[in-house]
Design a protein around this ligand. Structure first.
Ligand code: HGY
Ligand code: MN
Ligand code: MN
Length: 412
């Protein structure tokens, strides 16, 4: 089957310049770089003749009308990145959605359902302390008032950020009400090693892992690094180290789960001062929610233990809890049938990474498609997926959109 030629690779290269620096790409929600990325997407969508709109959370929609009066099939991902992001995590799914709609339009195919290519806002939570901020608001999992109350790591509130010059796009109509979508599709890089090891070029996602995220403050006693005897210390960082290692051992014993302490702020953070306090964040995940609960319980137990044994105080603040989300069985079947004629090795694959689809799936049937990540690496500047895999993914997405539209039209 010859793949439709699309500008997916060139467009990703263009977006990759926005927020680029020596460690990768840093494109937090409502920063100048991320604003420019949404503006660029809007320019491509306008040139393709799609109708643009946005909501107050920053989600951006490029719509192509369908034949019937139905809710849309939404197809998208995110343009924001982690602080050391790569060129493909999120951006690929946004650009591919637009390219897929352009291929469908160029072929003169009129789907029954309207199609909306979407840039979901703030999926990474790298500026504001909430992941899937835009898709979660769209799905009604959090309110605009709740996200407006968020304060970014740079001290600016979300409400101010979205009204700032790098906030919402000034020339795109704002929509406040949305019908529940008919279905949700997302194309994404795998961000792990499974597909590459199996030699698979396309992955049909089975489920998206659940996540439990907490912020913990440990308060001990600062002191002179040279004079305070070890046995009388209340070293806040040593307490954190014990907790982190206990969580790691627990995850290894439990299996089929992961836990990460990736954010640690030590105070006063000076070589010759015993750490007085530490704020750290825990990210626990599994496709089995029971395992996430077990890791959350381990965190609570370890905090209780260090309080007694180390004479520190531990305060745990839940940040977010997203339950594991199985993909819709009928949509998965439609996607599998749609990509089979492409004649490449495909496989079922779980997603350890979180995605906007885990939120939108709470209001519509959802499916995800993966393409391989070289070396399984992501959330690093070296993130890479081969151009031929990027192009194959767009074809798979386009075929899946048409197949899902046909499936859902049978029911209407
Ligand atoms: O953390 C995640 O899994 C996603 O990249 N936000
Ligand atoms: Mn990511
Ligand atoms: Mn992502």
């Amino acid at each position: 089957m010859t793949l439709a030629r699309t500008p997916v690779v060139a467009r990703l290269a263009e977006l990759a310049k926005l927020g680029a620096y020596e460690a990768g790409i840093d494109r937090g929600l409502f920063t100048a770089a991320e604003h420019e990325a949404r503006r660029t997407f809007a320019g491509w969508a306008r040139a393709a003749g799609f109708a643009l709109s946005q909501d107050r959370a920053g989600n951006l929609f490029a719509r192509r009308e369908g034949r019937g009066d139905h809710p849309p099939i939404v197809i998208g991902s995110h343009l924001d990145t982690v602080r050391t992001g790569g060129a493909y995590d999120g951006a690929y799914g946004v650009v591919a959605a637009l390219c897929a709609l352009e291929v469908i339009a160029t072929a003169g195919t009129v789907t029954e359902h309207p199609l909306e290519a979407v840039a979901w806002a703030g999926e990474e939570g790298s500026r504001f302390p909430m992941g899937c901020l835009g898709s979660g608001t769209y799905a009604g999992l959090n309110t605009l008032a709740e996200i407006d109350a968020l304060v970014g790591d740079d001290g600016m509130g979300f409400a101010d950020a979205r009204r700032s010059p790098s906030g919402l796009l000034p020339d795109v109509p704002v929509r406040d009400a949305f019908p529940r979508p008919a279905a949700c599709l997302e194309l994404h890089i795998e961000q792990g090693p499974i597909m590459e090891r199996a030699g698979a070029r396309l992955g049909v996602v089975t489920a998206i892992a659940g996540q439990g995220r907490h912020e913990v403050e440990i308060v001990g006693e600062p002191g002179h690094a040279g004079t305070v005897p070890m046995i009388v210390r209340h070293d806040a960082f040593s307490a954190v180290a014990e907790i982190a290692l206990a969580l790691e051992s627990r995850a290894l014993v439990l299996g089929e789960c992961v836990v990460t302490v990736g954010h640690v702020v030590v105070e006063p953070n000076q070589t010759n001062i015993v750490p007085g306090s530490v704020v750290f964040r825990v990210d626990a995940r599994s496709v089995d929610d029971e395992r996430v609960e077990r890791l959350d319980a381990e965190l609570r137990d370890e905090c209780a233990r260090v309080q007694i044994q180390r004479g520190v105080t531990a305060t745990i603040k839940p940040l977010e809890r997203r339950r594991a989300v199985p993909m819709d069985a009928r949509l998965r079947e439609a996607v599998e049938a749609a990509i089979r004629p492409l004649g490449v090795r495909t496989m079922d694959v779980p997603s350890g990474a979180g995605h906007d689809t885990m939120c939108v799936a709470t209001v519509a049937p959802a499916a995800m498609i993966f393409v391989p990540s070289q070396g399984g690496r992501s959330h690093v500047g070296e993130e890479y997926t081969k151009p031929e895999d990027l192009e194959l993914g767009v074809e798979a997405l386009m075929q899946s959109i048409v197949a899902v539209d046909r499936l859902l039209s049978k029911g209407s």
